[in-house]
Design a protein around this ligand. Structure first.
Ligand SMILES: *Cc1c(COP(=O)(O)O)cnc(C)c1O
Length: 236
């Protein structure tokens, strides 16, 4: 059976609202990102037509090909959520409105320089690898590079850090994600408490199709949903 993207989006919105209500939060502070990696331009257009505006992609090359036929989707907010190699930073700065997966000072520097040349202001999240998994990108919470990024952030004229993102280790039971979400929130809160000049870290990008309700309980301001909107991704 063909999935109805608009019905899926509507259902996820209802689930976000219900989860927010259960923990006394306002659902207006929780953005729904449609993770459209591996999906065709046609499918992305269908989601846009259904009212979706915030999209997440994880490969610069893949998105650069798709976006050529999506230039008319003026209100789309394109976010990069996958690892960006520094040699693709300029292209990423060109294609996306935000990079939610910054994991090194070198990358931040390149994104900032490229955005400045292009006369745009990029938003960014720092990706934190709270689970400490070898195969995942992101900075460990105690990595000195995190401090270096925070120190450099106020000097970036064209890159604004607005929060943190994580992808926790996968567990069958979504409750397994909770301690990692909580840990990310604590990292965020400890940064916020320091009242560092030029740094506002209010965004917490946590929660995917299987664990977004837990993420909302733990303070998510953006849930990144692929499967629950587009169906199971085809294997490459
Ligand atoms: C693929 C992906 C998602 C979406 O995952 P689903 O389980 O399909 O909802 C979210 N975040 C990141 C970083 C991803 O790579």
């Amino acid at each position: 059976m063909r999935v109805s993207i608009s019905e899926n989006i509507a259902r996820v919105h209802e689930q976000i609202e219900a989860a927010a209500r259960r923990c006394g939060r306002d659902s207006a502070e929780i953005a729904l990102m449609a993770v459209s990696k591996t999906q065709s331009a046609e499918v992305i257009r269908e989601a846009y037509t259904a009212g979706q505006r915030l999209f997440g992609e994880n490969r610069v090359q893949e998105f650069s090909e798709k976006v050529t036929t999506l230039q008319d989707l003026r209100e789309a907010d394109w976010h990069m959520i996958g690892h960006v190699q520094t040699n693709k930073a300029a292209r990423a700065a060109e294609l996306f409105h935000a990079v939610d997966s910054v994991d090194s000072l070198k990358l931040a520097d390149k994104l900032n320089a490229s955005a400045r040349i292009q006369g745009k202001r990029l938003r960014a999240l720092i990706e934190v690898n709270v689970g400490g998994e070898e195969a995942k990108s992101g900075l460990r919470p105690n990595d000195p590079e995190l401090e270096r990024l925070l120190s450099a952030a106020p000097g970036f004229s064209s890159l604004a850090f607005v929060g943190l993102m994580t992808v926790p280790p996968f567990t069958e039971n979504p409750e397994g994600s909770r301690p990692y979400f909580r840990q990310l929130r604590e990292v965020r809160d400890s940064i916020t408490r320091r009242k560092l000049a030029g740094i506002d870290m209010s965004e917490l990008s946590i929660g995917m199709s299987h664990d977004f309700e837990i993420a909302i309980e733990e303070g998510s301001t953006c849930v990144r949903i692929g499967t629950a909107i587009f169906g199971v991704r085809a294997r490459k």
